[in-house]
Write a protein that binds this ligand. Structure first.
Ligand code: HEM
Length: 387
């Protein structure tokens, strides 16, 4: 085989099974500088945790703040003190208490998505449930009118998702920008009890957010929250498919669902890696960084580190403690974690009540997300027996 083809195959293989590579790297090269790119990768739990949380040594800022990415100026890409100011604007809407109030509505959305497919005894788990659920929930939180929901999903698919929306990235950005400026004008004139109205009214040092910053927030919530939650749900089904007795057990003991979700987050982390850039010279796992050096913290590897998790390669829904890093660590810890956990719990509760059994359709081809950051599948055909 040609070396380049070999590399392409390696990276495809690594997208859906990076775990043997992580294991080798934790053992043989826990802090590895790629000679071609100069990027420093760390693989062990303690080093990943440090890179994620030591914001003085490892910055989250991205280089170019170009217009194509409203995200470059957003919460996830900022350091203190700006980070704290931006985060303060949205924490209230995302506390566990605020999120818990959404439960009845989220359950209703899950039922609306499941009702039409139950009779068939089969569904594409991603297209029919895992993909639409988080988009509908965040659209409702933001205050997007129901009549615009279909459009909104198309834009968000084109901008962030790997499913084909039939729209180009640029067209979607343009249409969404037009839509948001209309909505912002409406809510400025007549505020409601929704996240957009709340953000419009918010001030940092007496200054309101600009329209671009407001849009940046909305896009961040889409980018950070949708595909990740979709993949958490899909990855749960992949885990259950490998051990059918787990699904049986969850049907009998639904109170284990929250800890099963934590184990899916650890074992098949939807976000496998995060970027930082070194601010100066610092020792990370025995390597002295240079200022500006890109650093990759391999969350997916930290979560399989035997030094932290006994029998790390075993999927165990009763694992305790389970201090995985799937939602990050420190000041950037995932804002949407309570929401993702709630959506996953309610979805798995609905499935275990409504379906006796869930199986992947044997031999039905599965397409993996080809990325070293996002881990999940684009489609997941399953059969089930309604209970
Ligand atoms: C299973 C689903 C999810 C996973 C695995 C996940 C993972 C993560 C991770 C690893 C980070 C840390 C990034 C860093 O350290 O640089 C993060 C941050 C963030 N997440 Fe999530 N996320 C999920 C769902 C959500 C949802 C549903 C939302 C919102 C609707 C959301 C919004 C955010 C935001 C705004 C940040 C940036 C926080 C900050 O920089 O202070 N995420 N997420």
């Amino acid at each position: 085989m040609e070396p380049s083809t070999q590399r392409a195959d390696d990276s495809r293989e690594r997208a859906f099974n990076p775990f043997p590579w992580y294991e080798r790297m934790r053992r043989d090269a826990p802090a590895w500088v790629d000679p071609a790119s100069g990027v420093l990768s760390v693989f062990r739990y303690d080093d990943v945790q440090r890179a994620l949380s030591d914001y003085e040594a490892f910055s989250s800022e991205r280089g170019a703040r170009d217009a194509s990415s409203a995200l470059n100026a957003s919460l996830i890409s900022s350091d203190p003190p700006r980070h704290r100011q931006l985060r303060n604007l949205v924490t209230q809407a995302f506390t566990s208490r605020a999120i818990a109030q959404l439960a009845p509505r989220i359950t209703a959305i899950i039922d609306e998505l499941l009702d039409p497919v139950v009779a068939a005894g089969r569904m594409d788990f991603i297209a029919d449930l895992a993909d639409p659920l988080p988009v509908i929930v965040i659209a409702e939180m933001l205050g997007i009118p129901t009549s615009e929901r279909v459009q909104f999903k198309r834009w968000s698919d084109a901008i962030v998702s790997t499913t084909d929306s039939g729209l180009t990235f640029m067209d979607a950005q343009r249409e969404m920008a037009r839509f948001f400026s209309g909505l912002i004008a409406e809510r400025t004139a007549e505020p409601r009890d929704d996240l957009i109205s709340h953000l419009i009214a918010a001030e940092i040092d007496g200054k309101r957010l600009t329209a671009m910053e407001l849009m940046g927030f909305c896009v961040l919530l889409l980018v950070a929250g949708n595909e990740t939650t979709t993949n958490l749900l899909g990855n749960a089904i992949l885990c259950f498919d490998e051990q059918p007795e787990v699904y049986e057990r969850l049907r009998a003991q639904p109170d284990l669902i929250p800890s099963a979700i934590e184990e899916v987050l650890r074992y098949r982390s939807p976000v496998q890696s995060m970027f930082r850039s070194a601010t100066g010279e610092t020792d990370l796992a025995g390597v002295l960084t240079r200022p500006g050096q890109p650093v990759v913290a391999w969350i997916g590897s930290a979560n399989r580190d035997e030094a932290r998790f006994p029998d790390a390669h075993v999927f165990d829904i009763t694992r305790a403690p389970n201090r995985h890093l799937a939602f990050g660590h420190g000041i950037h810890f995932c804002l949407g974690a309570p929401l993702a956990r709630l959506e996953a719990r309610l979805a798995l509760e609905a499935l275990t009540i409504r379906f006796l059994d869930i199986r992947r359709i044997p031999d039905a081809p599965i397409r993996w997300v080809e990325s070293s950051i996002v881990y999940g599948v684009k489609n997941l055909p399953i059969t089930f027996a309604p209970s």
